[in-house]
Structure formats: structure tokens, C-alpha cells
Ligand binder design. Structure first.
Ligand code: BGC
Length: 266
């Protein structure tokens, strides 16, 4: 299977680090022009754009807080100015503000829902307006556009101490499926990815040392994931190789969502 995203433009939100950065790199390697969105971390986002441009790809880093409507609208206008098209949205920006529920502040709740859920809605809405105007670009892709929502195993697995985060990801699943139902007839493919424990900054304290041993009890496949495990799936879902995949969530979790605690007979 040859995957080429040549002549396509991809936006990856929250791409200055972690899953977003790996996805941007992989999309660029597959031939897409990539918009690396960042919020606070301009320097690593610009360094990633430089790296991609230096290796023969095409990338630009653009700042925007995806939880703010005006920022998102400016971001999408800048993308059209820079590239003229948009074909792929990877709605990836996400964060955690963990606390026991009785200690969780409204600010911690709102920040997580704002970025992880409202941010995905705002970006999807802007992308869909562009996809609808563009239609299918003959010879470029079978679809008028592709949206990939970055979710989490916690769209399925409840998570004590993280009710804001788990709620946001449960919402992302229903956002993704409802959008897919609404816009598929416009030839837009909407899907989700639900990563488990992937080695990134968001979970650094549980993916090393003694904590990693504990974590591995929850991962039947016996290893923590790498950002590339997710990035490879992003490229596939963005490509025509997955053209009949609509409204699905792909779990990339080494089996974390298989209730591994039941291996000992419950
Ligand atoms: C969270 C990580 C966590 C993983 C598995 C992800 O969505 O962001 O912090 O390690 O789920 O629990």
C-alpha cells in the first residue's frame, strides 16, 4: 500500500509537542503541506516547521488558542492565505488539569472542556466550511476533506481524579460520530483516534521508573506507546487508503481498553 498525501494541506492543532508534533512530521513525510498550530510553545513549533522545510517538506507554524472562536477563525483565514486549500484537520490540542472532584476548580473544568472539546468543535466547524466550498478536488483525494479527532481511551474508560478530562473525551466521541453522521453525504470523512498511554510530556510521571511498572499492568501488549504509533494511524486515516472508514474510532492502546484487570479471572 502506497500512501501519498501530495498536493494536500493538513492542519494539526497542538503540534508543538507530543502526538501533534509526531503527526505533523508523519503527514509531511507522506507529502502533505503542514500547518503546525501551537498556543504557548512558539519556539518548538517553529523549530519543527524549520526541520520539515529543511528536509524538503513544506510547513508553517501558526499560533492560536483553539478554545477561542476569534483565534480559530483567524487561524483558518491564515491557512487559506498561505496555502489556498485545506484537506485534512487533525484536531489534536488537548490538556489535563487533574484534581479530585471535590477539589476541582471551575477554572480547571472549563480549561479542559474549552480546549479538548470546544476547541475540536470550533476547528471542525471552520474546516467543514472550507471543505464544503472546495468540494472534492479531483485527482487529489476521494473525499472533500478529512477530520481526525484526537480522543483517548478515556472516552470509554472512566478516570477518577480526571473527571474533566474523561468527560471531554466522552464528548469528543459523540462530537465525532454526530459530525460524521451529519457531513458524510458532503463527502467529508470524520473519524477518531483513541490513544492509550503514549510516551509524551502529558504523562511523563507515570511512564518511567516504578510508575511505569504499575502502568504496564494495564497494557496487555507490554509496552508504553510511542507517538509514531499514533502518527502512523493519523496518516492512514487522512489518506484514501481508509476511504470507506467513516465515523470510527481507532483505539491505539496496546490493549488498555480490553479490561486487562480481568485476565486473572475477575
Ligand atoms: C492521557 C494520559 C494517560 C493515557 C492512559 C491519555 O489520554 O492523556 O495521561 O496516560 O490516557 O491513561
Amino acid at each position: 500500500m502506497q500512501i501519498s498525501l501530495a498536493h494536500q494541506v493538513a492542519l494539526v492543532t497542538g503540534a508543538s509537542s507530543g502526538l501533534g508534533a509526531a503527526s505533523a512530521r508523519a503527514l509531511a513525510a507522506a507529502g502533505a503541506s503542514v500547518v503546525i498550530n501551537y498556543n504557548s510553545q512558539a519556539a518548538p513549533a517553529k523549530a519543527l516547521a524549520d526541520e520539515i522545510n529543511a528536509s524538503g517538506g513544506k510547513a508553517v507554524a501558526l499560533g492560536a488558542d483553539v478554545s477561542k472562536e476569534a483565534d480559530v477563525e483567524r487561524l483558518f483565514a491564515q491557512i487559506l492565505d498561505a496555502f489556498g486549500y485545506l484537506d485534512i484537520l487533525v484536531a489534536n490540542s488537548g490538556l489535563q488539569r487533574d484534581a479530585a472532584v471535590v477539589d476541582m476548580t471551575l477554572e480547571q473544568w472549563n480549561t479542559v472542556i474549552g480546549v479538548n472539546l470546544t476547541g475540536q468543535f470550533l476547528c471542525a466547524r471552520s474546516a467543514l466550511k472550507i471543505f464544503n466550498r472546495q468540494g472534492v478536488r479531483e485527482g487529489v483525494s476521494c473525499a472533500a476533506g478529512k477530520i481526525i479527532h484526537m480522543s483517548s481511551v478515556h472516552q470509554l474508560i472512566p478516570w477518577a481524579g480526571h473527571v474533566n478530562y474523561a468527560t471531554s473525551k466522552g464528548g469528543v466521541e459523540m462530537l465525532m460520530r454526530s459530525l460524521a453522521q451529519e457531513v458524510s453525504e458532503q463527502k467529508v470523512r470524520v473519524n477518531g483516534i483513541a490513544p492509550g498511554a503514549i510516551r509524551t510530556a502529558i504523562n511523563r510521571d507515570v511512564t518511567q521508573g516504578a510508575a511505569e511498572k504499575q502502568l504496564l499492568k494495564l497494557i496487555p501488549y507490554g509496552r508504553v506507546g510511542d507517538p509514531e504509533d499514533v502518527a502512523n494511524a493519523v496518516v492512514w486515516l487522512a489518506s484514501d487508503a481508509s476511504d470507506y472508514v467513516v465515523g470510527s474510532t481507532l483505539f491505539i492502546d496496546g490493549g488498555m481498553s480490553l479490561y486487562p484487570e480481568f485476565r486473572g479471572n475477575g
